[in-house]
Design a binder for this molecule. Structure first.
Ligand SMILES: NC(=O)c1ccc[n+]([C@@H]2O[C@H](COP(=O)([O-])OP(=O)(O)OC[C@H]3O[C@@H](n4cnc5c(N)ncnc54)[C@H](OP(=O)(O)O)[C@@H]3O)[C@@H](O)[C@H]2O)c1
Length: 269
């Protein structure tokens, strides 16, 4: 096959993965083909990334070793139907569509394709994504590792059983939205105490980034790190008491539960 990676649906997620893989030199522009729907978009992406950009999904499917389909869930079956007869045997096909199961995709193909379901998040657009990969049982490990390396070019990636994908969707898939809300609220607190808005947002965002990094780098339990910041009779314990009183912890737990349940409902629609 002519191209190592083909992308159908170069929107927010598709373009972010492309941009990360090129920036990390995991792929060079000549390794990539993608399809878009309008000539203007095609021209923009070709000029920006110097990849082969076409207007035909079939052309991409026919020539790609790894095929990333990053269209909306409501469009994916239309795309699978369009490419099913032309896709070469053994293509590694990755779908980022939320709530679309491996089984429902598998039934669209009569030939053997190596299917992998991926749940990335918006962090991929800045190289700090979190992606869970659920391979079909028949997908070989070397294909899984290849796809893992692709997503590691734009953040972290781990391989999980498909049964966990709803929970992943409710936690890390939707999670950036929860954290944006938290950053906004922390910044509002700073503004209430007289800080300029931009300063407040920077303080809040970098604080969240630093806290996240200490968890990942040290591998410590978050509760232990929290204890390190909390001086006896200091100011932090007063702040924590307010958060407990406001039910922050249980509210976040419930947010993950609700979003996971919704992901599951979408799946069975
Ligand atoms: N955004 C997230 O945070 C996130 C997180 C996890 C998973 N996902 C999943 O990733 C997928 C993509 O999400 P997104 O946020 O990147 O959406 P998006 O920005 O809307 O991108 C979708 C892209 O698909 C293109 N497209 C639509 N129909 C097509 C077709 N028939 N053939 C070829 N291309 C087509 C669209 O082109 P036009 O611009 O021309 O319409 C658009 O560029 C979704 O399934 C979503 O569930 C997204």
């Amino acid at each position: 096959m002519k191209y190592m990676l083909g992308i159908i649906g170069a929107g927010k997620i598709g373009e972010a993965i492309l941009s990360g893989a090129l920036a990390k030199k995991l792929l060079s522009p000549s390794d990539v083909i993608l399809s878009v729907r309008t000539e203007q978009h095609r021209k923009n992406l070709e000029e920006k990334y110097h990849v082969t950009a076409v207007l035909s999904n079939r052309e991409v499917a026919r020539q790609s070793e790894m095929l990333l389909i990053a269209v909306k869930p409501r469009t994916i079956f239309e795309v699978l139907q369009e490419i099913a007869d032309i896709i070469p045997e053994e293509t590694v096909l990755i779908s980022t569509a939320a709530g679309v199961t491996l089984e429902s995709m598998q039934t669209r193909f009569t030939k053997k394709v190596a299917l992998i379901r991926a749940m990335p998040n918006l962090g991929v657009s800045v190289g700090e994504g979190m992606t869970a990969l659920a391979p079909a049982r028949s997908t070989d490990d070397s294909s899984v590792q290849k796809v893992k390396r692709l997503f590691e070019a734009v953040g972290r990636a781990l391989v999980l059983d498909e049964q966990y994908m709803d929970a992943v969707t409710g936690l890390s898939g939707s999670g950036p939205a929860y954290v944006y809300l938290i950053i906004e609220a922390l910044a509002d607190g700073g503004v209430k105490m007289g800080l300029p808005r931009e300063v407040s947002i920077e303080l809040a965002a970098q604080t969240v980034l630093g806290a996240a990094k200490t968890v990942l780098v040290t591998g410590e339990h978050p509760a232990k790190l929290k204890d390190q910041v909390t001086t006896p009779a200091g100011s932090t314990i007063d702040g924590l008491m307010e958060l407990e009183d406001g039910g922050l912890r249980v509210t976040l737990i419930k947010a993950v539960v609700k979003a996971s349940e919704r992901a599951h409902q979408l799946l069975h629609k």
